[in-house]
Design a protein around this ligand. Structure first.
Ligand SMILES: [Zn+2]
Length: 254
């Protein structure tokens, strides 16, 4: 099943949006993006390339079947992971995919997920590098945060990037799906950054921008004095279940 018309075009546009300097989501080679092309393959940003200026020459098409089995391995030497990343390419001339392609493969294989965007937003990382990291993932401050980021975000305790991080993400996402019966919209990686996932590139951009805004509001509310005033569980559930909010989600391509 195709993710959308022109998945490469949409992936490049999403990457340029996420890489915009004024949005302070990623600089230099930070972050990566991906799109599911078919049941067998996906496109992912190549290692070391820049989101803001990403071109088709720095996007690599990979086979799910070459990367998903890695998630079941207890441990693997880095050289072997490198070989697997290179072997996952459809075209041997394509650049090496980022090591984070392993978690992209896992998330794109979830039902209803066609796009993934991973960034290191300054506002979000201010919280993810603080004692508030888990609270920021679990609580909600305002209605649009629920519309764009879901009722809660998945929280992943700090893990070094690579296969171990992909495995930690899988463990946390599986627990979330068991609880909520649907994939999350946002995954927060302690001391690292944010992953947004969704059916469309607009959903990934909206979740990323709204999470960055929520982080700024959290920090501002805490600075205004004490613990921010969070929405209650009943308020969060009510917003998540409102038909007009569902309409807004559809209108926003979420
Ligand atoms: Zn990262």
């Amino acid at each position: 099943m195709a993710a959308s018309p022109n998945p490469l075009h949409r992936l490049l546009d999403l990457s340029h949006q996420l890489g915009r300097e004024d949005r302070r989501l990623a600089i230099l080679g930070e972050g990566n993006t991906s799109v599911r092309v078919s049941i067998d393959t996906f496109l992912v940003k190549a290692s070391g390339s820049n989101l803001a200026t990403l071109s088709d020459a720095s996007v690599t098409e990979c086979n799910f079947s070459a990367l998903l089995p890695l998630l079941g391995k207890k441990s693997m030497p880095d050289a072997e992971i490198d070989r697997a990343l290179l072997a996952s390419r459809l075209n041997a001339d394509a650049k090496k995919p980022s090591v984070e392609a392993i978690f992209h493969a896992y998330l794109l294989a979830l039902p209803g997920v066609n796009y993934v965007g991973h960034t290191h937003p300054i506002a979000v990382n201010r919280l993810l590098c603080s004692k508030h990291a888990r609270t920021f993932a679990q609580r909600r401050l305002f209605p649009d945060e629920i519309v764009c980021c879901g009722v809660e975000s998945v929280f992943v305790p700090y893990t070094d990037p690579g296969l171990k991080l992909a495995q930690a993400i899988r463990t946390a996402v599986v627990a979330c799906i068991k609880r909520l019966a649907r994939p999350p919209r946002v995954i927060l990686l302690e001391n690292h950054g944010l992953i947004a996932l969704g059916a469309t590139s607009q959903a990934v951009l909206a979740a990323t921008l709204m999470a960055a805004k929520a982080a700024e509001i959290f920090i501002g509310a805490a600075a205004a004095g004490g613990q921010p005033h969070f929405l209650s569980a009943a308020q969060v559930a009510r917003i998540a279940g409102r038909p007009d909010e569902h309409y807004r989600q559809q209108a926003l391509g979420l």
